[in-house]
Ligand binder design. Structure first.
Ligand code: UDP
Ligand code: MG
Length: 335
């Protein structure tokens, strides 16, 4: 990361804003961010990571950059997903502290000065806990709650309930995160794993200012799987226990049937119970195999050593925008 140091001194604060087709909110976002930046005692870098948008997001940001300083646009070569975009932001940010914030104004930027104050008082991590979630359906709220509950039951580093990615992190926390080499980036879990002295502030989460959410339930399920399997091997043990229980029950039942046949003679055709047992046991087996498969798949992805993202353009580093000179994150984030 050394060679990314700029000529001028580092900004005090970097705001990392992942952007995926957010053209509708960008004008409002820039306006609010500008107002907030003026209240922050120090220089601020607005680091937009464009995650393969195919609307006017990048054009809007680059235009804003021509008449406002402190805006940087890092473009990924395609849509890699929010976790990868945030990873890219964390690796490119130069600030002494970093704030992660969504582009859709669901995390009110007006809270940033308060977060900076907590950091200046010595906190390494300032977590923003949602008191309410405006504009989110009952189903989304319930599934989110369920998600946290399941994950925390299963994984080793508990994730604080009702906190999203909206947070401030000190330089040393960000450096620690950047040293985590895994390719399956389950950031919430990684944040929790890194730890560090943390202060939690409460806020009311706003509804999306414009545009539509990029989440759907399939993605949420994927994230849940990621959360469970990347931070715990407990489900593997669960599979073992389940298998043992099923096999034990099957064994007992079998013995009982044999004894009964010996004492009373062969009485029942037993067809129905056979089918029931076979389906139950093959279900348990498939479950365990599937669970193993999840982990094996993850091992496979990790062994490929692919970078988490590819940068195609960096507004502060135009020399690297030619495609053959693509910067490969994986080379950079190690050592
Ligand atoms: N986002 C991204 N890549 C994606 C999906 C989303 O960078 O593939 C960004 C998006 O632009 C926004 C943030 O991640 O800044 C949160 O996305 P969204 O509001 O759709 O998620 P939600 O708030 O509904 O969880
Ligand atoms: Mg949102």
């Amino acid at each position: 990361m050394k060679r990314r140091q700029p000529m001028f001194s580092n900004p005090m604060l970097s705001l990392i804003i992942p952007v995926h087709n957010e053209a509708e909110v960008i004008p409002a976002l820039l306006k609010r961010l500008n107002r907030v930046c003026r209240q922050i005692p120090g220089s601020v870098e607005l680091l937009f990571v464009d995650d393969g948008s195919h609307d006017d997001s990048v054009a809007l940001l680059l235009r804003a950059r021509t008449h406002e300083s402190g805006i940087r646009v890092v473009q990924l070569s395609r849509n890699f997903g929010k976790e990868a975009a945030v990873t890219a932001g964390l690796e490119h940010a130069r600030g002494e502290a970093v704030v992660l914030i969504d582009a859709d104004l669901q995390d009110p930027p007006e809270l940033i000065p308060a977060m900076v104050r907590e950091w200046q008082r010595g906190a390494d991590v300032v977590l923003m806990k949602r008191r309410s979630r405006a504009g989110e359906s009952w189903l989304k709220r319930t599934t989110a709650r369920l998600f946290y509950r399941v994950i925390n039951r299963l994984s080793d580093a508990p994730i604080p309930v009702d906190t999203g990615d909206f947070r401030l992190m000190s330089r040393r926390t960000v450096d620690a995160l950047n040293r985590l080499p895994e390719r399956n980036r389950y950031l919430k879990g990684m944040f929790a794993w890194v730890g560090m002295p943390t202060v939690t502030l409460e806020f009311d989460r706003d509804a999306r200012a414009a545009g539509s959410t990029k989440w759907n339930y399939l993605r949420l399920l994927h994230l849940a799987m990621e959360g469970i399997t990347s931070f715990s091997t407990r489900p593997l043990r669960l599979a073992l226990v389940l298998g043992l229980l099923a096999a034990g029950a099957g064994g007992l039942f079998g013995t009982w049937e044999v004894l009964r046949a010996l004492v009373f003679g062969i009485s029942t055709p037993g067809y129905a119970s056979m089918i029931a047992i076979i389906t139950f046991l093959s279900g348990v087996q498939l479950l365990c195999v599937g669970l193993l498969g999840e982990y094996v798949g993850r091992i496979y992805m990790e062994t490929k050593q692919r970078p988490v993202y590819i940068v195609s353009e960096d507004s502060d580093d135009p020399a690297r925008t030619v495609l053959p000179q693509l910067r490969v994150a994986g080379n950079d984030q190690k050592h």
